[in-house]
Design a protein around this ligand. Structure first.
Ligand SMILES: [Zn+2]
Length: 295
């Protein structure tokens, strides 16, 4: 078995460097919540890391209510679904040709299931989901008829649920990587269930083009914050190359990646995202504070 690639909280989870500066410090849930920026690759991560169990408990205790106002029932589901499907459509708009009918799609962190529903209904994909939040998993199974495993990717990997393919043509990580403490280890295992000619779709909040003010951006469950360069580096470390990348201005980064060795061209990372330093990131946040520019 492969040794897990893990870092201490004081090492950059992408490049492993211990060179860092504090970017943001606040108190959340009665504790210090500190984000640092890597002096080498520009990755931003939480150095006040909590034990894994604390995060697991957080997702199990009312996350669906906290984020979407959803309870264990259909109340409000239609409105949330409508909004989430619209958001999925926006995110996938530029990747239209990448979702062939009949292709096997796995979404890790499928949430309420809006994106899988969209891919199934609009593109004719065969879809599977993994979702640790019990209310989301239940609603997506019972109300949307989706095939969703209720649990974490780790549990899914150990259990290998009946009827789920061993490998997938498409894997979706939509607003998931920012929740992961050890992105290299996680992504390597994700790559393990991707077909050789498969494609990986990733969407993450962009710390260099934040939609929220600094005080709203750095939240408890976002333990890793990406910009183009560290995301490119992370993917390269896991044997992946970015074939397309789009940045909302401001908002998320949308990325399509394949395994090395496919015929597609790798994007020129220097052209889109050099490592960002603390000063330039703070400037972006300060500009938002000044203009009260939340969109
Ligand atoms: Zn780094």
């Amino acid at each position: 078995m492969k040794t897990k690639k893990t870092t201490t909280e004081f090492q950059c989870p992408v490049c492993g460097s211990a060179s860092r500066e504090i970017l943001d410090k606040r108190r959340i849930r009665g504790r210090a919540h500190v984000n640092a920026i890597c002096g080498v690759c520009g990755m931003v991560w939480v150095v006040s890391r909590q034990p894994t169990k604390t995060y697991e408990k957080f997702y199990r205790s009312g996350y669906a209510v906290g984020v979407y106002g959803l309870k264990d029932g259909k109340e409000g589901l239609e409105e949330v679904l409508e909004w989430r499907v619209r958001r999925s459509r926006e995110k996938l708009a530029k990747f239209d040709s990448d979702w062939e009918s009949g292709s096997k799609v796995l979404e890790i962190g499928s949430g309420i299931g809006a994106l899988l529903k969209y891919l199934r209904d609009e593109y004719g994909c065969r879809v599977w989901g993994i979702e640790p939040e019990p209310v989301f998993a239940k609603l997506s199974k019972e109300e949307l008829g989706l095939n969703v495993f209720a649990g974490t990717f780790d549990r899914w990997s150990q259990k290998k649920p009946k009827g789920s393919p061993a490998k997938y043509d498409r894997i979706v990580l939509d607003q998931v990587l920012e929740h992961i403490l050890e992105p290299v280890d996680f992504l390597e295992r994700v790559v393990g269930v991707l077909e050789d000619d498969g494609k990986l779709f990733i969407s993450v909040p962009n710390v260099t083009a934040p939609k929220d003010r600094q005080k709203d951006f750095f939240i408890f469950e976002h333990v890793s914050s990406f910009s183009p360069f560290p995301l490119w580096l992370l993917l390269a470390r896991c044997g992946l190359k970015i074939v397309r990348m789009y940045a909302e201005k401001p908002g998320s980064l949308q990325v399509l990646a394949t395994k090395f060795g496919s015929s597609e061209e790798m994007i020129d990372i220097e052209a889109v995202g050099k490592p960002q330093d603390k000063i330039s990131i703070l400037k972006r946040f300060n500009a938002l504070e000044k203009h009260g520019n939340r969109s």
